[in-house]
Design a protein. Structure first.
Length: 113
């Protein structure tokens, strides 16, 4: 019970050096990407190189990889992902016009007049 007198546990809350590091998930993902060489695979997809598409097994249960170039939609998505990470996502422009623009300008003039 947190509100009793002489409660040695207190109300809880953030304590120094408690819990996970703030960047633990980010670091874990970065290690996985580096270990599995996922950026190289993503760049192969974007370039249209042959990539693994499926694995089949023969009668002796030996795996056989099926390789073919990535589909166009997969290539476009890979290019988008690489560009976003390399140069950041583009800023989205918002067009204001007509009555809304006049209302916003009137409000700004009123506040700062």
């Amino acid at each position: 019970m947190p509100f009793q007198k002489d409660n040695k546990y207190g109300k809880g809350g953030k304590r120094k050096n408690s819990g996970r590091d703030a960047d633990w998930l980010k670091e874990k993902c970065q290690k996985l990407i580096e270990k599995k060489k996922l950026f190289e695979w993503l760049s192969d997809v974007a370039a249209g190189e042959d990539v693994e598409t499926s694995i089949t097994y023969d009668k002796e249960n030996h795996p056989h990889k099926s390789m073919r170039p990535a589909d166009t939609k997969d290539r476009l998505k890979a290019l988008e992902m690489l560009a976003d990470r390399g140069w950041g996502k583009p800023a989205q422009a918002v067009e204001l016009g007509g009555d809304l623009m006049e209302q916003l300008l009137a409000e700004v003039r009123k506040r700062y007049a």
